[in-house]
Design a protein around this ligand. Sequence first.
Ligand SMILES: [Zn+2]
Length: 64
Amino acid sequence: MPIFEYACSHCGHVFEKLVLTRNQDLPECPKCGWKRVEQKFSAFATVGATSKSAGGVCAPSGGG
Ligand SMILES: [Zn+2]
């Protein structure tokens, strides 16, 4: 089943919600009740997903 991940732009709470219909209104944050949540991406029960370490490659060019 399509499980969409949402991230609250207010408190930063990330929660998943099962979406039955594509044309569904964005849910509200279950933590603070914020309506403006950002839809991340659909995940099909991704358990044990390896995430890259935070950070980026240091470009040779740079100032400051
Ligand atoms: Zn929230």
